[in-house]
Design a protein around this ligand. Structure first.
Ligand SMILES: [Zn+2]
Ligand SMILES: [Zn+2]
Ligand SMILES: [Zn+2]
Ligand SMILES: [Zn+2]
Length: 208
């Protein structure tokens, strides 16, 4: 799997599917996994605009509010130390966390902005991919996600396990186990390589 890999895994059936084809896959796979009557759920994709290899597909209940999506994004991708976050629409119009996800997103293909931490900001784009029949135990859950990208060490071709919180802003600072200790910025600056757009930022160490 290369750095540019755009494959992900469907949580319902473990299939490895490309980023574009995944939406079609989920529309078939999710209803097929249900024994009873499927609920109509929103299929929502979160992406990191600067890192196309990072994406999450979620099913969201029609009744769910933005705050439950915020919680899921924090838990899966973002939470380091309880920063503020916000959803916003066109013209940076702020949207209340108590707005229903369906009302905020509106029509299929429409998008919302989202920001976590207004200092060292991680920005995401949230889009509605359509409506899908799915089992909804919870108001929102992840149904597919990108494969963890493998980044080579800056100094050799071993996979990196640490990222430097200074150098990450220049898209470097990846260290394998051997080259972590001698990294010039010091070991205190190193954070684990994780499957998240917040990798290397503000002490983020990955999902709990
Ligand atoms: Zn599947
Ligand atoms: Zn933080
Ligand atoms: Zn190395
Ligand atoms: Zn560094």
């Amino acid at each position: 799997m290369s750095r540019g890999s755009l494959f992900g895994v469907c949580k319902a059936c473990d299939a490895r599917v490309g980023k574009v084809a995944m939406l079609r896959h989920l529309r078939k796979c999710l209803p097929a996994k249900i024994a009873g009557v499927p609920s109509e759920a929103l299929l929502v994709r979160a992406q990191a605009p600067g890192a196309p290899m990072l994406w999450l597909d979620c099913v969201v209940s029609q009744e769910a509010k933005l705050k439950v999506l915020d919680k899921l994004l924090r838990r899966t991708w973002l939470e380091c130390c309880g920063h503020l976050s916000e959803f916003y629409g066109a013209g940076r119009r702020k949207i209340s966390m108590n707005t229903r996800v369906g009302d905020a997103l509106g029509a299929e293909g429409s998008r919302l902005g989202y920001e976590y931490d207004f200092g060292s900001t991680t920005a995401l784009v949230i889009g509605l991919s359509g409506v899908v029949g799915a089992e909804l135990g919870k108001p929102v859950r992840v149904v597919a996600r990108n494969e963890p990208p493998v980044r080579p060490c800056d100094l050799c071709d071993q996979p990196a396990i640490m990222i430097c919180a200074e150098c990450v802003y220049e898209d470097r600072g990846f260290c394998c186990a051997l080259h972590a200790e001698p990294h010039p910025c010091g070991e205190d600056m190193l954070l684990p390589v994780v499957n998240s757009p917040r990798m290397g930022v503000c002490g983020y160490t990955g999902e709990d």
